[in-house]
Design a protein around this ligand. Structure first.
Ligand SMILES: Nc1ncnc2c1ncn2[C@@H]1O[C@H](COP(=O)(O)OP(=O)(O)O)[C@@H](O)[C@H]1O
Ligand SMILES: [Mg+2]
Length: 273
């Protein structure tokens, strides 16, 4: 007798959205939300129409990263447009402390609502900040959302890489192409201009080669990343000349070029860079 498979969750259609991109990580704290927000911003800088959906119901960070908080649901049309991006997050609806008590099915329902009932309109990219980890909740979300690609964020050290590997296998299980790995906090450039590798160097590169996906970016540590994350404007727009911002802009270009090679759903105009 084969073990009973859980029922497949319904897949939501997003007919106006060309590319739905998940940003995932094997564990929390690696910079997934920061990457999702700055990537969304970088895509916008390339003239793309971009939405950013915060699917991290327990630890929403889109509101704080964009200088927002809870809003009056009866008066606010969703998604909220800020800095040129269309944003949706559980953090607009409830204080983060309240969401913690929710159970899995309610979380899936909330994310389903974001996908089905939020008027995303026409977008070139919808970036989804997935909850950290590779458990059932993440798997369900990856099945519910009509994902066209995924990016896995990791840090250079071994423990993060093990988790990142799990993230990559989760997407292959649900047949979502992994565009590549983003290694965050790869190095630090000192005042002396020297590059310091605080964790073990080259982990992301090794992992990417082993799995056979591209290493999309190696992002340096910059204290201004955290400062910007806490004060409402992603670093890529506040300090566009910072080395980490340049790396994000390059990442945006790679993502646009990669996704343009994939056919867009019918009925939408091609976007030229
Ligand atoms: N490259 C970086 N340099 C410095 N701080 C960073 C960098 N990337 C992320 N951070 C900071 O690390 C913390 C965790 O990042 P976050 O994006 O919230 O992680 P996650 O979503 O994976 O839990 C945040 O305070 C963020 O501002
Ligand atoms: Mg996060």
């Amino acid at each position: 007798m084969t073990p009973q498979q859980p029922p497949m969750p319904p897949k939501f259609a997003l007919p106006g959205v060309k590319h739905v991109l998940a940003v995932a990580s094997g564990k929390g704290g690696v910079g997934k939300s920061t990457v999702a927000a700055n990537l969304a911003m970088a895509l916008h800088m390339y003239g793309q129409r971009v939405g950013l959906m915060d699917a991290d119901i327990y630890g929403p960070s889109v509101p704080i990263m964009f200088g927002l908080g809870t809003v009056d649901q009866t008066k606010t049309p969703f998604p909220i447009v800020k800095q040129g991006l269309k944003l949706m997050s559980m953090g607009f609806l409830v204080e983060p402390s309240q969401a913690v008590i929710w159970r899995g099915p309610k979380v899936a329902q909330a994310v389903g609502t974001f996908l089905a009932q939020v008027d995303w309109g026409e977008l070139d990219f919808l970036v989804i900040d997935l909850p950290p980890g590779t458990g059932d909740a993440q798997l369900t979300l990856s099945q519910q959302a009509p994902l066209t690609g995924a990016i896995v964020v990791t840090q250079p050290q071994d423990v993060s890489l093990i988790d990142a590997r799990k993230g990559v296998s989760m997407f292959s299980e649900v047949k979502v192409p992994v565009l590549g790995i983003v290694e965050n906090m790869s190095y630090f450039v000192g005042d002396d201009g020297k590059r310091y590798e605080l964790f073990r160097a080259g982990g992301g590169r090794k992992l990417a080669a082993e799995i056979g996906v591209p290493l999309l970016a190696e992002l340096p540590i910059d204290p201004r990343v955290a400062e910007c994350g806490d004060t409402g404007e992603p670093i890529v727009s506040r300090y566009p000349d910072a080395p980490v911002s340049l790396a994000y802009i390059e990442l945006g270009k790679t993502v646009v070029n990669t996704m343009l090679q994939q056919p867009a759903p019918k009925g939408l105009p091609e976007v030229q860079l």
